[in-house]
Ligand binder design. Structure first.
Ligand SMILES: [Zn+2]
Ligand SMILES: [Zn+2]
Length: 317
């Protein structure tokens, strides 16, 4: 009797375990995809396997290898680009006023592979985690593969044009959420009232239209009152903090928005009559056409962040 009970208990326990495993194999990928935790489909990729060696997304600063499942490659008049996502490609397209040429996408289930966007099928709005968006837009090798994913994780199967248009439409709405997330993750931080500009000693918190910051990625953030001070600092950090500083990410404020944005993705008006806290300033704009219109009105010229030097900002152009 005792033995029988024990045997039964073991059997029940065994079947329960089997049952849990069966259920788990059905539901685990959904929860994993929704939360982005490690398991069957890991996104972002946290292992050391490199699918790309191209560093960071030029639009948002995220590591391309980490977001390899959603990365994109394309060309425009400024050159060849690799972004973390279809969202950042849409953002760059909107900001430059150019459609992406020769665009390629990584396949979500095979991040080592890139295919022409026109040949891919997309699932948008599934329970899978997106990149830089609440609503994921994932590329698959074929319509059948996309349909099979959609069946399991929901969403809608669409072509590239539809996915790209959806990404472009969500851009302005997504910005406050992205900023909130960046603050939560410690990528950016508002300067305290006491924080001083590392170059001139003024209080960046008092200049919400011009303040900038750099992060070293080691918990070290340097705040600046203006792009003029930040560019001077980056040209020769030792002069101000007595050590070499390698900026991991650089953030500037777009005057009209009062919010921080990744510096590399923007267009800068230099040599204009628009002044900042320190006088001459590199004024950031999202859209190239808006920056150029401002140059027409206020003088100066439009450049990318990498071209900025203390000389270029302070010179009369
Ligand atoms: Zn990006
Ligand atoms: Zn300053």
């Amino acid at each position: 009797m005792k033995e029988t009970n024990l045997t039964r208990r073991v059997l029940i326990k065994g079947s329960l375990v089997t049952g849990i495993l069966v259920v788990a194999s059905n539901i685990l990928p959904v929860s994993v995809l929704a939360t982005g935790n490690a398991a069957a489909i890991q996104h972002p990729l946290k292992n050391k396997r490199l699918y790309t060696d191209k560093g960071r997304c030029p639009n948002c600063g995220m590591m391309l290898n980490m977001w390899a499942r959603t990365r994109q490659e394309f060309h425009n008049s400024e050159g060849d680009h690799s972004t973390c996502s279809i969202r950042c490609m849409a953002d760059m397209s909107q900001n430059s006023g150019e459609n992406p040429e020769n665009a390629k996408t990584a396949l979500y289930l095979h991040p080592e592979k890139m295919v022409a966007v026109g040949s891919a099928s997309y699932v948008i709005g599934s329970s899978a985690k997106g990149t830089m968006t609440m609503k994921s837009k994932l590329a698959f090798a074929s319509a059948a593969e996309a349909a099979s994913f959609q069946k399991q994780y929901g969403g809608k199967v669409v072509d590239f044009e539809t996915a790209f248009a959806a990404a472009a439409k969500e851009l302005s709405m997504s910005r406050p959420k992205i900023e909130k997330k960046r603050k939560k993750k410690g990528k950016i931080a508002d300067p305290t009232a006491e924080a001083r500009c590392a170059v001139c000693g003024m209080y960046p918190a008092r200049y919400p239209e011009h303040r900038c910051q750099i992060s070293t990625g080691k918990g070290e953030t340097h705040h600046f009152c203006s792009s003029q001070c930040m560019v001077s600092f980056l040209a020769d950090p030792k002069q101000y903090v007595n050590k070499d500083i390698k900026a991991k990410s650089i953030w500037v404020t777009i005057p009209q928005e009062h919010s921080y944005e990744y510096a590399m993705g923007l267009y800068y008006l230099v040599g204009s009559s628009i002044m900042g806290p320190m006088g001459r300033e590199a004024i950031p704009y999202r859209r190239k056409t808006v920056a150029e219109a401002a140059a027409g009105k206020h003088g100066g010229k439009v450049v990318r962040f990498k071209a900025l030097t203390p000389q270029l900002i302070s010179d009369n152009i």
